[in-house]
Design a binder for this molecule. Structure first.
Ligand SMILES: [Fe+2]
Length: 164
């Protein structure tokens, strides 16, 4: 015999955490704000909170895409498609025209949190790692350009003092 008990569902909340960082300051700040907006979704002011969230998603996606395109990120096109797919999924969900209920708000919040975490930890993180390697390469080139003979001067200078 199965026992049926009524369990009051706790709100589905996922807080942003340090582990979600991809190492690109602006992107990390925007992701953090997205989690705050997802958390703020509520039935009482659903139209307003959904609109605010979607506005910010658009801002964030444009900023991220801009950064990827301008830096020559090789997977930019692929990433753009992921953002478009997401927009389509959200449009389908909102376009169903179903009445807002506590459950539907929870469903949206759950979908957004899961999508965000999956996307950040896989695709945005890939960009973060690529971005870091680009920064490191740029720093090496800049250092070399700033001191064209520094390496030899230090190397021979050191050798000289060791043998002296
Ligand atoms: Fe992204």
């Amino acid at each position: 015999m199965t026992e049926v008990t009524e369990v009051k569902k706790a709100p589905y909340v996922i807080e942003w955490r340090e582990g979600f960082k991809i190492g690109v300051v602006q992107v990390d700040q925007e992701h953090r704000h997205l989690f705050t907006l997802v958390r703020a979704l509520n039935l009482e002011s659903v139209d307003q909170t959904v609109e605010e969230l979607l506005d910010y998603v658009v801002t964030h996606f444009s900023n991220e895409q801009d950064m990827m395109e301008k830096s020559g990120y090789p997977a930019f096109e692929q990433h753009l498609k992921l953002h478009e797919e997401f927009a389509g999924q959200v449009a389908d969900f909102l376009g169903s025209g179903a009445e807002w209920t506590e459950d539907r708000v929870q469903e949206l919040r759950r979908f957004l949190n899961k999508w965000l975490i999956g996307h950040i930890m896989t695709h945005d993180l890939r960009f973060g790692k690529w971005h870091a390697s680009q920064m490191a390469q740029t720093a090496i080139v800049q250092r070399a350009a700033a001191r064209p003979s520094g390496f030899f001067a230090r190397l021979f200078g050191k050798k000289h003092s060791e043998t002296a």
